[in-house]
Design a protein around this ligand. Structure first.
Ligand SMILES: *[C@@H]1O[C@H](CO)[C@@H](O)[C@H](O)[C@H]1NC(C)=O
Ligand SMILES: *[C@@H]1O[C@H](CO)[C@@H](O)[C@H](O)[C@H]1NC(C)=O
Ligand SMILES: *[C@@H]1O[C@H](CO)[C@@H](O)[C@H](O)[C@H]1NC(C)=O
Ligand SMILES: *[C@@H]1O[C@H](CO)[C@@H](O)[C@H](O)[C@H]1NC(C)=O
Length: 334
């Protein structure tokens, strides 16, 4: 019995090499908590000579929340704390200070925990590069800047006073680059440029709370065109307005000739006038013109006032309906 156990342990030790030390697994190494664009990822290396079936469990805490399990029995060498189900795990907040820890597991064996460095998200995160687009318009170039996307919150929410540092130079002369810093709006027009020249632009983000500027954007280049683009537009507008004014002047000066053209003074031919002035001879018109107004039939009505008082005429009781103060109406034939 004890011989088989001893044999098993010997075999196991031989198989797993240095990972099994008195029945306890070796710990993961290079345990490091990192943050890029406000994510929070714990990374580690396997213990030297680890078995391929080794799994890991990772946890994180904050200064106010004790360690909470994040990734359980995973075989990968990292755990992203910002991709956890927030209805189960405490959510990662932009100003939190975090620590991670990880341990290796093999069957029922487990290593000791290895704790990572601390990270305060907004201060320590590496801000990724912004994304820029250029639109050239005559001798100017408009730079449009898109902020990097954050895993938690957004650049403008975390760093309210973030500014852009825009560098631009003539293609091939980066050493003579000009810089515009403290830019807050994400659309900027570079206007002190030479026409028909290729310029290159690069942008970086500066924040107050994070000591490091963002990763620089990619270098994007665009050529300015001829300077006269706005000038041409102005001339076109002017020409159109001049044509409009000339039209109005012509209308006013020649209004008589124009009115003569539309209302000629020449008389109509006589027979045409006679035809137009001749009375119509349609039968309906004639019938209407020759008919006499119809005789109105009516009856004559006289209205006489009744001077009798209530005492003289009707008794009070019967008077209400049959005998009123209304005048009598007599109708006579007319
Ligand atoms: C998060 O966890 C809750 C509770 O267990 C579950 O109902 C929900 O489906 C999970 N959501 C996701 C996206 O996994
Ligand atoms: C993780 O693995 C250990 C042993 O390898 C096991 O006891 C435990 O139940 C596993 N947990 C989950 C959630 O799978
Ligand atoms: C920048 O934006 C453009 C257009 O929105 C997109 O095609 C490109 O992949 C983006 N580049 C990076 C580095 O995000
Ligand atoms: C802007 O960026 C340039 C080049 O990256 C750098 O030399 C300059 O110091 C920066 N300016 C500010 C205010 O960050």
């Amino acid at each position: 019995m004890s011989a088989t156990v001893r044999c098993f342990i010997l075999t196991f030790s031989a198989l797993c090499g240095s990972t099994v030390v008195s029945g306890i697994l070796s710990r993961p190494t290079n345990v490091h908590l990192t943050s890029f664009n406000m994510d929070l990822v714990l990374r580690w290396s396997p213990p030297a000579g680890a078995a391929s079936s080794l799994v890991y469990t990772a946890e994180y805490n904050t200064t106010v929340i004790p360690y909470s399990v994040a990734c359980v029995n995973i075989s990968t060498l990292e755990c992203d704390f910002t991709r956890l189900n927030t209805s189960i795990h405490p959510s990662i907040v932009e100003y939190g200070k975090y620590t991670g820890r990880v341990r290796a597991l093999l069957g029922s064996e487990s290593s000791a925990w290895v704790e990572s460095n601390h990270i305060t998200l907004d201060k320590d995160t590496i801000i990724g590069s912004p994304n820029i687009s250029l639109f050239s318009n005559g001798a100017t170039i408009e730079v449009s800047i898109k902020d990097p996307v954050f895993a938690v919150s957004s650049l403008r929410n975390v760093y309210i006073s973030a500014t852009y540092n825009i560098s631009y130079w003539k293609d091939g002369q980066k050493e003579k680059a000009k810089h515009i810093s403290n830019v807050q709006q994400n659309r900027v027009v570079l206007s002190d440029l030479d026409p028909r020249t290729k310029y290159c632009v690069q942008v970086q983000i500066n924040t107050e709370s994070n000591p490091h500027p963002s990763k620089p954007s990619g270098v994007v280049c665009a050529s300015t065109t001829r300077e006269d683009a706005p000038w041409v537009a102005a001339v076109l507008t002017f020409v159109l307005m001049a044509v409009g004014v000339a039209l109005v002047v012509v209308l006013v000066v020649y209004r008589e000739s124009i009115s003569v053209f539309f209302c000629p003074k020449d008389a109509l031919p006589q027979h045409f006038k006679e035809y137009l002035l001749a009375p119509p001879n349609s039968t309906i018109y004639l019938a209407m013109r020759n008919s006499h107004p119809p005789k109105e039939v009516y009856h004559q009505i006289s209205i006489l006032a009744d001077h009798r008082t209530e005492e003289e005429g009707c008794p009070l009781e019967a008077a209400r309906t049959t005998c009123s103060k209304q005048p009598d109406i007599s109708v006579g034939g007319g």
